[in-house]
Design a protein around this ligand. Structure first.
Ligand SMILES: O=C(O)CCC(=O)C(=O)O
Ligand SMILES: [Fe+2]
Length: 648
């Protein structure tokens, strides 16, 4: 909507949307006329006129072809907006290379400059705000009031911000820029003509970034919790506004394109007359946005608020306000429109539609599509006009391709992590929905097949009664070394661990008592080097890959006993590594076979499940140590025993 909406027509004092003007006739429909008449800026210009008279007047103007006359103006503005990014980056680069600041150190945050920059009461207010917000304990309005903070309206606060000396330094730096810079900045906003767009001045932008994140964020969180709703203020538009006779002398009733606004006066209040700032109603996004209606009389009656050198007014961007006519002198204010992309990416505060968001790799000048607002210093190198434009063109082309791609239409869940990729918000939404659907389906399938599998396998579980002292049964004996092999003493049986048990070697200590070790008739040793051991112990849960098993079988001595150890039931292994077999179910045999194929490579613990079977790997193992009765070493968890009388 940056390109279609909110065109301020100086001659009429109204904002127009180009969408509402048809290309050929440039005529407004009756309802559009109504809407225009409802605009406060129009009413303000004609406070004495009544509604019907206004409507008549507008009709007459339309008949006289006012909109056609303005067409050139509108189109010029549209062209300006279209190339605003490019122009802004070009200006920024040129200013950086050609303008010499009077006092560049002014914008650094050293300990000393920070102290001379802020009014000490501002520092105290922010500090207090960091400890809580209006609604939660930690800070109270009384605490803040003692530092000078005043509540002008329900959500408009008046507070000291900058020291007078800093204000005058700022004032003179800005005047120095206006007088000496060979390049001008862009215009501050669609209504003000005079003033500087500070975001194009690099040292000042860096200073403002920090002001926003370190100082104003806590202030907004604390005083205007509803305005940003806890969202991070991740970008801003900062500018000065200057009122002087013959140029801008007032400002129409409007709301700001911001979540919150800080408006600091840089001029002594004695140096101008009139020009009062006044506040009205709050725009309600829930009611569809748009300016709340106000009668000309009430508008006239809205009281002006005080402005003071170095003091700021903090208000929600959506609080309607305007500036009355300057009678004499000049006034310069610093305005910070603080923005949170999390909010505005959901609802554009200008057209009240969900914006088609664009992820850009640099600052975007158009005021709505701020998405990430990645500061140039984060990106490493400043963006110049030459680099900025091709990037944008590439992005647009990518969006078109992406939108029309079949993949997107079919809702395939791709996530492109390329920083410069554009994705529309609708596409993001679709993608999120797809992910949810896919995850939902997978969870359902897993649950279903687990139920089936458990139903089949549970009857095999032999755990009945725990008896820790139950003897194990050994149906074979470990070989012994006849002569001392290096590392294995004569007459000893030596074992080594081919795997960890549940990820640790120390687990084996517990697992082997009273397990395998007592079965060594006289002397049993654990060796570090598997190649010298009589027997290798493998823990079923931690089996290495199939490839590794094959390799080991080829490199280890062929006489070595391989012992498969596991105390887990297949069902338990299945639930721990359920991905293996989850989809094996009678109604999905093809998926089952495909997964069975995959699992053989990825999850060799299937050996236990099928043991003894005919797979090659099963044949590698000479002994088993499991709870099954047909194990070489039968190591039950528990046994059935007749309870004695007092064991009930
Ligand atoms: O001049 C002022 O104090 C207010 C300016 C303002 O509201 C704006 O620029 O958005
Ligand atoms: Fe404003």
């Amino acid at each position: 909507c940056f390109l279609t909406d909110n065109y301020f027509l100086e001659e009429l004092g109204i904002h127009l949307n180009l969408r509402s003007l048809t290309d050929d006739s440039l005529k407004l429909s009756n309802s559009e006329l109504e809407q225009l008449i409802a605009k406060r800026s129009w009413l303000e210009r004609h406070p004495s006129a009544d509604r019907a008279a206004l409507q008549q007047q507008l009709r007459r103007l339309q008949a006289e072809g006012i909109f056609s006359r303005c067409a050139a103006e509108l189109l010029a503005e549209q062209t300006r907006r279209e190339s605003e990014d490019e122009a802004s980056f070009a200006r920024e680069a040129e200013i950086a290379s050609r303008h010499v600041y009077k006092n560049p150190d002014l914008f650094s945050y050293g300990e000393v400059s920070q102290r001379s920059m802020f009014d000490p009461r501002f520092v105290a207010i922010v500090e207090a705000c960091r400890h809580g917000n209006k609604a939660t304990p930690g800070v109270s309005m009384d605490d803040l009031r003692q530092y000078g903070l005043r509540q002008v309206l329900e959500d408009v606060y008046f507070l000291p911000v900058f020291s007078p000396s800093f204000c005058s330094a700022l004032h003179s730096e800005f005047s120095h820029f206006s007088d000496h810079s060979p390049v001008k900045t862009g215009r501050p906003n669609t209504m003000n003509r005079d003033g500087l767009l500070l975001d194009e001045l690099r040292p000042i932008r860096a200073w403002l970034d920090r002001l926003r994140s370190d100082w104003l964020q806590p202030l907004v969180d604390c005083l205007l919790p509803e305005a940003a709703n806890g969202a991070k203020l991740d970008s801003h538009r900062a500018f000065t506004v200057r009122y002087l006779p013959g140029r801008d002398t007032g400002l129409g009733y409007h709301y700001d394109n911001a979540e919150a606004t800080l408006n600091v006066c840089l001029t002594d209040s004695n140096s101008y007359h009139g020009n009062a700032l006044y506040f009205g109603d709050l725009v309600e996004p829930k009611l569809g946005g748009g300016c709340p209606l106000i009668s000309p009389e009430r508008l006239e009656a809205l009281p002006g608020v005080e402005q003071r050198l170095g003091w700021g007014l903090l208000h929600p961007g959506l609080r309607m306000h305007g500036v009355r006519r300057l009678l004499e002198g000049t006034r310069l204010n610093l305005i910070l429109w603080l923005r949170a992309s999390r909010l505005r990416n959901r609802l554009c505060p200008r057209c009240w539609r969900r914006p088609e968001c664009t992820r850009l790799s640099q600052r975007y000048v158009g005021s709505v599509r701020v998405f990430a607002d990645i500061a140039p210093q984060v990106m490493g190198s400043p963006v110049t006009a030459a680099t900025a434009r091709p990037q944008l063109q590439l992005n647009r082309a990518m969006v078109r391709r992406f939108r029309s791609s079949l993949k997107m239409r079919l809702c395939c869940c791709f996530r492109w992590r390329n920083k410069s990729l554009l994705m529309t918000s609708a596409a993001f939404e679709r993608q999120r929905l797809c992910w949810r659907l896919c995850v939902g389906c997978v969870v359902l399938l897993l649950a279903w097949s687990l139920l089936l599998q458990n139903g089949l396998e549970l009857r095999d579980i032999p755990v009945l009664l725990r008896d820790r002292d139950a003897p194990f049964e050994i149906r074979a004996a470990l070989p012994k070394a006849s002569v001392s092999a290096s590392g294995c003493p004569a007459n000893a049986s030596c074992i080594a661990f081919a795997t960890r048990a549940f990820g640790s070697y120390s687990y084996w200590n517990g697992a082997l008592q009273p397990g395998l070790v007592p079965s060594c008739a006289s002397d049993c040793r654990v060796l570090a080097d598997p190649s010298e051991a009589h027997a290798l112990l493998f823990h079923g849960f931690d089996l290495p890959s199939r490839r590794r098993l094959r390799q080991m079988r080829q490199t280890q001595p062929s006489s070595q006993l391989w012992i498969y150890y596991s105390q887990e039931s297949p069902v338990h292994l299945l639930t721990n590594r359920c991905v293996r077999d989850c989809l094996i179910s009678p109604w999905l045999p093809f998926a089952g076979s495909a997964l069975a194929f995959v699992k053989e490579f990825a999850f060799p613990s299937y050996l236990l499940r099928n043991y003894p079977d005919t797979t090659e790997e099963a044949g590698y193992f000479n002994w088993t140590v499991t709870y099954r009765r047909d194990s070489t070493i039968y190591l039950p968890h528990s046994r059935l025993a007749r309870a004695t009388n007092n064991q009930e």
